[in-house]
Each structure stands twice: as structure tokens, then as C-alpha cells.
Design a protein around this ligand. Structure first.
Ligand SMILES: [Zn+2]
Length: 66
């Protein structure tokens, strides 16, 4: 389950509700409701299944300070 990072939206989505793609700054999906960018990280399970997890600490696009 993902939660839109746009605080005035806050909609929740299943992975099947959104389109995850790379727009050049990492994987993200755009909220179907408000269009906000929500960054995700890709993980692969032991059985080869692909999972995505939302990156809470990356609220804005662009270089990360770390
Ligand atoms: Zn939203």
C-alpha cells in the first residue's frame, strides 16, 4: 500500500492502482488523484517477485543531500 506524499491529498493506493516508472531521477509513481510524484524503491524477493516500497524520506525530486 502506498500513501500519496501530498499532504492535502494523502490518498492510498495499491501497487496495481499506479504506474511505476523511471523519469530519470529514480523510480516513482504519480498519484492518480493529484499527480504528485511519489518515489519508490525496487526490491526483488527470493522467489524473483518484484516489490516496491515507498521512500518516506525523499519528499521532493532532485538531488538527495546524503
Ligand atoms: Zn495524491
Amino acid at each position: 500500500m502506498f500513501t500519496c506524499r501530498n499532504q492535502s491529498c494523502g490518498a492510498q493506493w495499491d501497487q496495481s492502482d499506479v504506474v511505476i516508472k523511471n523519469e530519470g531521477q529514480g523510480l516513482l509513481f504519480r498519484c492518480p488523484m493529484c499527480g504528485a510524484r511519489n518515489y519508490v524503491e525496487r526490491f526483488e524477493g527470493d522467489d524473483g517477485s518484484v516489490l516496491y516500497e515507498q521512500m518516506e524520506g525523499r519528499p521532493f525530486p532532485g538531488p538527495v543531500a546524503e
